[in-house]
Design a protein around this ligand. Structure first.
Ligand SMILES: Cc1cc2nc3c(=O)[nH]c(=O)nc-3n(C[C@H](O)[C@H](O)[C@H](O)COP(=O)(O)O)c2cc1C
Length: 324
């Protein structure tokens, strides 16, 4: 719907809720619940959907909810309304991560329109990318997207740092592969396509015949036959200064801004979260980045062919109307 046709508040709330559900989440757990009060949407963490072994501090679940907030911001802006976000607005309700409220009328910026239109097209792409360099201007656009949300996107485009990251990634992946509890949790969220949450095998991506340069999470896919994995992927780590829930929420919005900017520039992305999920490896990654920043998530970026969408729970299943 264009901003030139005034939409009703109900339609805008509906658009925002739909956009919220399109956010990425670890193992596609969709760990959110939305509550609507008039022109306000509360975004709550659904702690029954936090991954106990992979994400014991609910960092990734909070990032996912931050991404949902960012999608809502873009949907509301696209519809020609101001959007105000209050993070962690009520100490007495720790699961309430953000309150998203519509403000006055205003024209969306071209960037907001671009990012809003990328929400539906963005999918995690775990398939091999092409061996095509990402131009400097596109790299800058990604780092600007992270900076606009008060975070930093560190591009590991120097050989030594890249190699050190690859070693940490392999190590963390190995730790997780050896952990039966982690594996059981991953299996519980992987399926053949019959559920509206979790990762369907078709989206899980193929395995590299030789193990691959980057250890991608193994969702039980077959060995890649379409083409080999790229030789020099761009890896980027999103960092924050602090490591509080507020930082995680900010990181989630920044992550989504980076992902949507990538989508709108014709880029694809997948996640390399293992070194952040394994505590001891996260510490070493922090040191690798200079010791002053907190790594929140890591991404692999490149050009590729379209990947499959993952399902979502319907908006009605994650939304409640009325008083808290
Ligand atoms: C914080 C976070 C960490 C993630 N880590 C990984 C990962 O390490 N490996 C992976 O393949 N996917 C990872 N994902 C991607 C999710 O599995 C994906 O977002 C989800 O299945 C929904 O699919 P979609 O992104 O295509 O909409 C992560 C997502 C988030 C938000």
């Amino acid at each position: 719907m264009s901003h030139t046709t005034a939409s009703s508040a109900t339609d805008i709330v509906a658009a925002a809720l739909h956009a919220g559900t399109r956010a990425p989440s670890p193992h596609n757990t969709q760990p959110w619940e939305f509550r609507v009060h008039g022109e306000t949407i509360e975004v709550l963490l659904d702690d029954t959907r936090v991954l106990g072994y992979c994400d014991p501090e609910a960092r990734e679940a909070t990032l996912a909810c931050g991404a949902a907030v960012f999608n809502m911001r873009m949907a509301i802006a696209e519809q020609g309304r101001e959007c105000v976000v209050e993070p962690l607005p009520d100490r007495a309700r720790p699961l309430l991560l953000a309150r998203v409220t519509m403000g006055g009328q205003r024209r969306p910026t071209p960037e907001e329109q671009r990012l809003a239109s990328a929400v539906e097209r963005r999918h995690t792409n775990r398939r091999p990318f092409l061996d095509r360099e990402i131009p400097v201007a596109a790299r800058h656009a990604l780092t600007r997207a992270a900076a606009a949300e008060g975070t930093r996107l560190v591009l590991l485009d120097q050989a030594q740092r890249f190699d050190e990251f690859v070693a940490l990634l392999r190590h963390a992946d190995h730790v997780q592969q050896q952990d039966p509890r982690f594996q059981a949790e991953l299996r519980a969220w992987t399926h053949g396509g019959e559920r509206d949450d979790g990762v369907p095998k078709a989206a899980g991506g193929p395995r590299a015949a030789d193990g691959g340069l980057l250890a991608l999470r193994d969702f039980g896919g077959d060995v890649a036959t379409e083409r080999e994995f790229e030789r020099r992927p761009l890896v980027a780590v999103l960092t924050t200064r602090g490591d509080t829930r507020l930082d995680m929420l900010r990181a989630g919005q920044a992550m989504q801004r980076v992902l949507l900017s990538a989508t709108s520039a014709g880029l694809n992305a997948s996640f390399l979260a293992q070194p952040i999920e394994v505590g001891s490896v996260r510490e070493r990654l922090r040191e690798l980045l200079g010791g002053h920043e907190q790594p929140q998530t890591a991404l692999r970026l490149g050009y590729g062919y379209p990947s499959a969408a993952t399902p979502r729970r319907p908006v009605e299943d994650v939304t409640r109307e009325g008083a808290p």
